[in-house]
Write a protein that binds this ligand. Structure first.
Ligand SMILES: Nc1ncnc2c1ncn2[C@@H]1O[C@H](COP(=O)(O)OP(=O)(O)OP(=O)(O)O)[C@@H](O)[C@H]1O
Ligand SMILES: [Mg+2]
Length: 253
């Protein structure tokens, strides 16, 4: 698993809330620069897995490695350094509502860099331009659409030039057009920055358009039952549940 090209390696991971088992025995690797999708039906543990990948929860069993370094075996300084290389877009509550978009994006820069106000302003303008929000610096989140809020949150997640970007259901609550725009933006940013992108989603359109590789979590057996590019899984997976999921049930019923 520690072969070159692997960015994040999940080893023998079992996740629990107290005694409640969510998923067990997960073993997979996410390659550097890939767009990797975590898929599965509601409640199977996708967000839980994401939270383990960003160091928010400690594994009940197993390890998560970044470039070979195990997060929970690292010192708090090393953990801090690993965390600063991650950009995260949560499923809910993306932006600070009492701050303008510029202030939102500037926040991590003020917190973690010693940059001057002018430098920060330049970076903020650049990041907002990257997500198509030039000119919206002084708007508050409540004054823009849901799709624009997601893009602003993405600009903030990218403020510190992360090596890996995590998204939890990026298109939740968006109309199909805004959702497609966000998918296009994710692909574009992955190409232009080379960042590894990990996306939790059950949106089929997103899965097929963005994923280079994926893992499918099964809520019944409480482990992964498929790993690979979604198009290949659709063609050759022997798992009915996976085919059903990838065809919205149309092929099996
Ligand atoms: N903090 C928590 N404490 C206890 N149980 C939790 C907690 N968070 C989630 N769960 C439970 O763990 C299971 C997996 O939840 P999770 O949110 O990871 O699923 P998901 O696949 O992301 O679902 P969705 O598609 O609805 O977002 C669910 O049964 C959920 O109720
Ligand atoms: Mg979730």
């Amino acid at each position: 698993m520690s072969e070159p090209g692997n960015h994040i390696v999940v080893e023998n991971l079992t996740m629990k809330y107290g005694d409640f088992l969510i998923q067990r025995d997960l073993n997979f690797a996410i390659k550097r620069g890939d767009v990797f999708v975590i898929m599965g039906g509601s409640g199977c543990g996708k967000s839980t897995l994401l939270k383990h990948l960003i160091g928010l929860y400690e594994p009940a069993v197993g390890r998560v490695l970044y470039d070979g370094a195990s997060f929970w075996d690292s010192s708090s300084e090393e953990q801090g350094a690993l965390l600063r290389r991650m950009g995260i877009l949560y499923q809910k509550g993306a932006l600070w509502t009492s701050m303008t978009l510029a202030e939102n994006v500037a926040m991590p820069l003020r917190q973690y860099t010693g940059r001057s106000d002018t430098e920060i302003q330049d970076i903020v303008d650049y990041k907002l331009a990257l997500v198509g929000l030039s000119g919206f610096q002084d708007y508050y989140p409540s004054e823009i659409s849901g799709g624009m809020q997601k893009r602003a949150a993405l600009a903030r997640a990218m403020a510190l030039d992360p090596e890996v970007l995590f998204f939890d259901e990026p298109s939740a609550g968006l109309d199909p057009v805004s959702s497609k725009l966000l998918d296009d933006l994710i692909i574009e940013l992955n190409k232009s920055t080379g960042a590894t992108v990990v996306v939790v989603t059950h949106e089929l359109a997103s899965i097929f358009s963005i994923a280079k590789n994926s893992i499918f979590l099964d809520p019944d057996s409480k482990t992964s039952i498929a790993f690979g590019p979604p198009k290949e899984l659709l063609e050759s997976s022997k798992e009915l549940k996976v085919i059903e999921f990838l065809t919205r049930g149309e092929r099996q019923r």
